[in-house]
Each structure stands twice: as structure tokens, then as C-alpha cells.
Design a protein around this ligand. Structure first.
Ligand SMILES: NC(=O)c1ccc[n+]([C@@H]2O[C@H](COP(=O)([O-])OP(=O)(O)OC[C@H]3O[C@@H](n4cnc5c(N)ncnc54)[C@H](O)[C@@H]3O)[C@@H](O)[C@H]2O)c1
Length: 259
């Protein structure tokens, strides 16, 4: 279903990123490669290899725990038992008033955004504990982890829960030298926001592009849409030595959109 990106580093460490084929995940994967980690994803593989890092691509649907487990096993088998960074980035959203949300859609969103993240974190932590090396575990939160929005109800529910799970995992895994945090972007220029824009245009009776432009203008204090690389900068910091005293946090990176 989607691509995960294990990256091995000159640091002799591997990073594993779910949903790395596009958008924020792709920017995180390439940024971590530049930081020295080797990885795993087709087109992104070529980009990462051009940076002089090793990369492979694994297909895994994060709704299926066994596929996540197999992807991590394949990663350490091919790149070595040095998993140090895991990023549960894969996510989806529907854009609908709650009264129009079907049980099937809600379940799909919870399975990907929340259960997929929990299982990715747990399988990654098991590998890190086995290695005895410690590690950095990150997940996709959002400004919606703090403030939900109309027409994005189930999405906001999953992102609030990501914040709670991040705290719980940080408490349990500190003893293994594992930090657990989440990044909380605002309005990032990715295919996900193109989808949100199209759906809001339909709901609000405005033209495609307007919903995004209006929100960027009104909500983002720094005056420009967020690029995926802006999120990757925070991830890069959190997995670096500079981030070693930070755990259990869902950190907003949103140009002031949450203010
Ligand atoms: N774009 C934003 O403004 C924004 C803001 C806050 C948080 N986020 C979060 O950041 C993460 C990435 O968002 P994005 O904007 O890059 O989205 P995107 O739609 O561009 O990319 C999402 C990625 O997740 C993958 N994915 C979807 N379902 C999957 C599944 N079942 N198994 C494995 N992979 C799956 C897709 O293949 C894709 O590569 C998401 O968790 C999203 O909720 C995005």
C-alpha cells in the first residue's frame, strides 16, 4: 500500500519511515539520508542513493500489524540490526461533517493514523530493546492534536490520541534509552492538503485552491504555506544529539497556525 523507508547512516544507524513515498514522509526520508542515515523507497531510493546513503524500499500497509513487523524485520535483515530511528508518518484524512461519516471510513482512519502508529512504535521499540542501543521514535501528530476542526472530526480524534500514546510510550521506554515524540505540522503543501482543499471546496461551494489559500492567509502567522522540508527540520533535530533531552512531546511546527 505504501512505502516505508529504512535509512542506514554513516552514523552506522538505520531510520525507518512509513508513508515515505510522498509528502512529509518523503521529505523526512531524504532529510535523514542527508543527515547520514540509509533508507528504503523506490523513487526516493534513487534520490537517497544520490546523496551517498544506502536505501531500500519495502511495501507495507500499516493497517496490517504483520506487514509492519515484516517490514522492520526485512529492514534490519538487509541493512543490519542498527535501527535507531522509526517514524510512523503514514496517515489519511476524510473531510466530511460527522453526520456523513460512515463507520467504515472512521475505522479506516483509526486503523491507519492511530493503530498503524501504535503498532509501528511497538515493533520498532522491540527491535531497539533487542539491540540494546536505545533509539528515537517519532510519530505524525498535528496541530489537530491540540485543536480539532469542523469536517475533520475523526482525524482530530486520531491525532489527539497520538499525543496521548506518545506520552505513554515515552514513560515506558525511557528505561531503554528510547525517546518518543510526535511532530505537529499545520498546513503543509502535500497531496493530503490538495485532497482537503478539494473536499472543502465542495462543502463550502468555493473553487478548488480557495480553501487552502484562505486558511494559509488567515491562520499562518509566518505568511506562507508550510513545506514538507519544514517538518523534516524538526524531525532532524529530534533525532540528533541536540534532541536527546526531549521525550513524550507533541511539538507543533506550524508557522504560528495554532496560535
Ligand atoms: N499535510 C498536512 O498539512 C499535515 C498536517 C499535520 C499532520 N500531517 C500528518 O503528516 C503525515 C503525512 O501527511 P502528508 O501530508 O505527507 O500526507 P500524504 O497524503 O501526502 O502522504 C501520506 C502517506 O501515507 C501513506 N499511507 C496512507 N495509507 C497508508 C497505509 N494504509 N499504509 C501505509 N502507508 C499509508 C501514503 O501512501 C502516503 O505516502 C500524516 O500522518 C498526516 O496526518 C499532515
Amino acid at each position: 500500500m505504501s512505502v516505508v523507508a529504512p535509512i542506514k547512516a554513516s552514523l552506522n544507524r538505520i531510520a525507518f519511515v512509513t508513508g515515505a513515498g510522498q509528502g512529509i514522509g518523503r521529505a523526512i526520508a531524504t532529510r535523514l539520508a542527508r543527515d547520514g542515515y540509509d533508507q528504503k523507497v523506490d523513487e526516493v531510493v534513487a534520490e537517497i542513493k544520490a546523496l551517498g546513503r544506502d536505501a531500500i524500499s519495502v511495501q507495507a500497509d500499516v493497517r496490517e500489524p504483520k506487514q509492519i513487523e515484516a517490514a522492520i524485520a526485512e529492514t534490519v535483515e538487509k541493512l543490519g540490526p542498527r535501527l535507531y530511528v522509526s517514524v510512523a508518518n503514514a496517515g489519511v484524512t476524510q473531510v466530511k461533517p460527522l453526520l456523513e461519516c460512515t463507520p467504515e471510513w472512521i475505522e479506516n482512519e483509526v486503523r491507519i493514523n492511530l493503530l498503524g502508529l501504535m503498532n509501528t512504535h511497538i515493533f520498532a521499540a522491540k527491535q531497539m530493546v533487542k539491540q540494546g542501543t536505545g533509539g528515537r521514535i517519532l510519530g505524525a501528530g498535528s496541530i489537530a492534536s491540540y485543536r480539532t476542526a469542523e469536517n475533520l472530526g475523526p482525524y482530530g480524534g486520531t491525532k489527539f490520541a497520538v499525543r496521548g500514546f506518545t506520552e505513554a510510550a515515552a514513560k515506558e521506554w525511557a528505561q531503554y534509552d528510547i525517546r518518543v515524540n510526535a511532530y505537529g505540522p499545520g498546513i503543509v503543501d502535500t497531496p493530503m492538503w490538495d485532497h482537503i482543499d478539494r473536499e472543502l471546496a465542495r462543502i463550502e461551494g468555493i473553487s478548488v485552491g480557495e480553501a487552502k489559500a484562505q486558511r494559509v492567509k488567515k491562520e499562518i502567522k509566518l505568511g506562507r504555506i508550510q513545506e514538507p522540508e519544514d517538518v523534516a527540520k524538526l524531525v532532524s533535530f529530534l533525532v540528533s544529539e541536540e534532541g536527546e533531552y526531549i521525550t513524550g512531546q507533541t511539538i507543533k511546527t506550524c508557522g504560528g497556525a495554532s496560535l
